[in-house]
Design a protein. Structure first.
Length: 452
């Protein structure tokens, strides 16, 4: 019986993980396409878009946190068989995401220069980045809706539909990037601004496609009427579970953006090198992060069925898979290093930074893989989002960010030493994360009976 449970887990997780990997691969491809195409425009465009994109990274983590909160509940209620609860949770998540998306869009539309000054004092980078942010404001609004709906679809195992939506958006994004960056088919050459226009247009089309999927769905729909449906118990559960997850993701992503603030003030060579490194690292983490997402969904479904021992066994298998995929991710970064160094058209100093930043990321991927699987996958599947919030906040804000600022601006270490110290953040929290996993305190059934 135990072997059958293990076999079922493996077969189910691979069915879930493949579409998620495809989705993550396309996401990374869009980021790399931006850098590849802007490489022909100039180093300043690469640097400006890289810095301005930090806001999208923060916003993504906000939506990811809200989506995770919805996923924690929806995955378990799907295992329980309560579809109405899933729709109400979706409406609650949309309330939060729309408010945040509108706030970001308003600031990006009207105060983009101020947003860029957070990251750099370079007037050229501020001008380029501001034009990019102004046009990105439309995509923020669309993103706030689609990310929640697609997270709900993934939580009930419909990852293929979610992936199809992302394939559509990402493919259009790459095509439109080429059109607006290089002025193809009679379009104007817009450089960095063209990237933002392409992203916003593709997000609009993705949102329209979500409404089509919703219209064809027999049960889980993108219905704004659920924004106004009240259920005190589900709202309480959502805020109790998702707010720590949201706080965790915001805390981590803002802190990680501080790395870009630190690097941004170390010179344009460091910024340009880091722009390429981010792209390569994204490819290196595709497999392990996909495994974490798929594992969290599957474990949530199992816990919702109240099969606690099966969930515990599944978590062990997921950890083994994570170590394997983390090692593969490191090898991907290592294999990509000579190709990136051959292709990149950067200054001699930036190329020096790029080489050693990539080598550091060959092992950094493993640290990120293990922590992401446990904090964002296993723990949240069992309704435990509080531990990750506390752990990441202390790690990033009491250790990594102060250490980076101290190393860069107080004792003024060389750029590569600053970068190396920043990349110790994942390994510092390993002892506490692994200890919490072994304690089993994360394993909880969070569903309720008689909600309606």
């Amino acid at each position: 019986m135990k072997n059958r449970i293990k076999d079922d887990f493996y077969s189910q997780i691979f069915k879930l993980v493949l579409p998620i990997i495809i989705q993550n691969l396309l996401s990374a491809a869009v980021s790399s396409a931006d850098v590849v195409m802007l490489n022909y425009v100039g180093q300043s465009s690469i640097s400006a878009v890289s810095l301005a994109s930090q806001y999208a990274s923060v916003l993504f983590m906000v939506f990811y946190g809200l989506g995770t909160g919805a996923t924690m509940l929806c995955a378990q209620y799907y295992g329980k068989g309560d579809l109405r609860a899933i729709q109400v949770v979706e409406g609650i998540a949309l309330r939060f995401s729309l408010i945040i998306a509108m706030a970001f869009a308003a600031v990006a539309a009207f105060f983009p220069e101020a947003m860029m000054r957070v990251f750099t004092n370079d007037s050229e980078l501020i001008t380029i980045g501001a034009s990019y942010l102004r046009f990105m404001s439309v995509s923020y609004l669309c993103w706030g809706i689609t990310e929640v709906y697609l997270a709900v679809l993934r939580s009930i195992g419909r990852v293929a539909i979610s992936t199809a939506m992302n394939v559509l958006a990402f493919s259009l994004n790459i095509l439109l990037n080429a059109v607006f960056i290089f002025g193809l088919f009679g379009a104007p050459k817009l450089g960095a601004m063209g990237v933002a226009i392409a992203t916003s247009a593709s997000r609009l089309i993705e949102l329209a496609a979500c409404f089509v999927v919703s219209a064809l769905s027999k049960d889980i729909k993108l219905d704004f009427r659920y924004l106004f449906e009240k259920n005190k118990l589900l709202f309480t559960d959502f805020t109790r579970l998702s707010l720590p997850a949201l706080g965790n993701d915001i805390s981590w992503s803002v802190a990680f953006s501080m790395y870009s603030v630190i690097i941004g003030h170390l010179g344009s060579d460091a910024v340009a090198a880091n722009s390429f490194v981010i792209v390569v690292r994204n490819f290196g983490t595709i497999l392990c992060f996909g495994m974490a997402s798929a594992g969290g969904i599957l474990l949530g479904n199992i816990i919702g069925e109240n099969k606690m021992e099966a969930a515990r066994e599944g978590a062990k298998k997921l950890m083994k898979l994570t170590v394997i995929t983390g090692a593969i991710g490191g090898l991907i970064v290592l294999a990509a290093t000579p190709l990136v160094l051959m292709y990149a058209d950067l200054s001699q100093q930036a190329m020096h930074y790029l080489k050693y930043m990539l080598l550091i990321n060959t092992y950094y991927v493993m640290g990120a893989a293990v922590n992401t699987t446990l904090i964002a996958g296993v723990f949240r599947a069992g309704g435990d989002s509080r531990f990750g919030f506390i752990c990441d906040t202390i790690d990033m804000w009491a250790y990594a960010v102060p250490l980076g600022f101290f190393a860069a601006f107080v004792i003024k270490l060389p750029v590569m030493w600053v970068y190396f110290l920043l990349c110790t953040d994942e390994f510092v929290k390993w002892p506490w994360v692994i200890k919490h996993y072994r304690s089993g305190k994360w394993l909880n059934n969070i569903t309720r009976d008689d909600l309606f």
